[in-house]
Design a protein around this ligand. Structure first.
Ligand code: CS2
Length: 399
């Protein structure tokens, strides 16, 4: 059997990487690693690690590619042993799982990183990969499946900075870190989905899925169907992150402010729809010239996906981790050409932070404490912009 060791078996991984791997067939298995809670492991272990994937408009697929799930809290050796035998080590740990600072550098003061640099057992993805590579004697592909630009490059740089701080010696010729664009709208599971699928671990997702990976693997890979292997992922990731995810974040904050709960409700509001489409087109105008002709059709396809009432994609799910998402979904685009809706998206995020704090609610965000302090400061908007590295944009956003 060939193995993928995957960190972070949340809904997105189980709707994307695992669905593609199930379709690939062959002798590939997935060993999951959960770094935080045991909930997913316990739920899946009770049903032999198989689960229902409810593909909206298509039907229910039984996904049974997980061989086992290991917990970091139960010790690092079984995880490092599994990694040592893997051909692919992949991860969906969200933006915050890379522990990067505003400048994209590994935050050595981050509690998880600081702990992994000073004591065992290991707690975080970066430490596990660095220690795996330090003892590795065979090639491996480290595949980020997270939603950020240059995800493979960012992961490699974080591991390099950790290894240097930990004085680990690594043969970097054995590891490849391809960049990849991942796309599949995958809401949190509701009780209704669990009941419909008769499976407490069911995952809801859309029919659409897309995966574009840099063709630089260190060794074998599953025969994943309809995956695009390219030399340069960047146009694909910029288009997706700035148009889809930028519109998502705008709709989340602007839609919540108007009392909507779901993406399909917010996108049905004619003014928000018009603004979301404007944002998509504004973002599309910042993309490389050779894909500009794809922008209108891609935008229209996004509206169809957002209109999907059955997905019941919650705006407050998208609103999470805004401090980690806005820089590449909105701010990067703003710096390439100020546009009204991009500005309103940042203003909507700031209003959301201030309103939630006023209600005594702590945001679901790695910078929740800092946001709460900024929101009640004398100049909340300026403080909030500083938290997301957007002081340079203050004249534009606060004018
Ligand atoms: C969403 C993404 O929760 C969010 O931030 O914008 O999870 C989005 O659904 C995916 O990137 C779609 O591929």
């Amino acid at each position: 059997m060939r193995q993928i060791v995957h960190f972070g078996l949340g809904n997105f991984a189980r709707a994307h990487l695992l669905d593609y791997t199930a379709d690939a067939g062959g002798d590939w298995q997935v060993i999951g690693v959960n770094l935080r809670s045991s909930t997913t492991r316990d739920g899946l272990a009770a049903q032999d690690y198989a689960y229902a994937l409810k593909v909206q408009g298509v039907g229910v697929k039984q996904i049974a590619v997980i061989n086992t799930i290991l917990l970091a809290s139960e010790g690092q050796q079984p995880i490092l042993q599994a990694m040592a035998h893997a051909d692919i080590i992949s991860a969906t740990v969200t933006e915050k799982g890379y522990h990067l600072d505003q400048h994209g550098q590994l935050d050595l003061q981050d509690p998880v990183i600081a702990a992994d640099l000073t004591s065992l057992p290991l707690r975080g993805l970066i430490g596990f990969i660095a220690h795996d590579l330090a003892q590795r004697d065979r090639p491996v592909t480290i595949l980020s499946c997270d939603n950020r630009p240059g995800n493979g490059d960012a992961l490699r740089q974080a591991v390099q900075q950790f290894a240097q701080a930990a004085h680990l010696t690594i043969d970097w010729s054995l590891a490849r870190f391809p960049n990849a664009m991942v796309d599949r709208i995958t809401p949190a599971t509701t009780d209704l989905i669990r009941q419909e699928c008769n499976d407490p671990m069911a995952v809801p997702t859309e029919a659409f899925r897309e995966w574009v990976i840099e063709d630089c693997f260190a060794g074998p890979r599953p025969d994943w169907p309809d995956v695009q292997f390219v030399q340069d992922v960047r146009p694909h990731e910029l288009r997706k992150l700035r148009m889809l995810n930028g519109a998502h974040s705008f709709l989340a904050y602007a839609g919540l402010a108007q009392g909507y709960d779901f993406v399909h409700e917010a996108i049905s509001d004619l003014q928000l729809r018009r603004q979301a489409l404007s944002l998509m087109m504004e973002a599309g105008a910042t993309l490389p010239q050779d894909i500009q002709d794809q922008v209108p059709a891609y935008a229209q396809a996004l509206l169809v996906r957002f209109d999907n009432t059955e997905l019941a994609h919650r705006l407050d799910q998208i609103a999470m981790d805004g401090s980690q998402k806005l820089p590449y979904r909105i701010l990067d685009t703003l710096r390439l050409g100020a546009t009204p809706v991009m500005i309103s998206a940042v203003r909507a995020w700031m209003s959301y932070c201030i309103a939630q704090t006023a209600l005594g609610k702590k945001l679901n965000d790695p910078l929740a404490e800092e946001i709460a302090r900024a929101a009640i400061s004398a100049r909340p908007e300026r403080q909030l912009l500083q938290l997301i590295g957007a002081e340079d944009l203050a004249p534009l956003i606060l004018e």
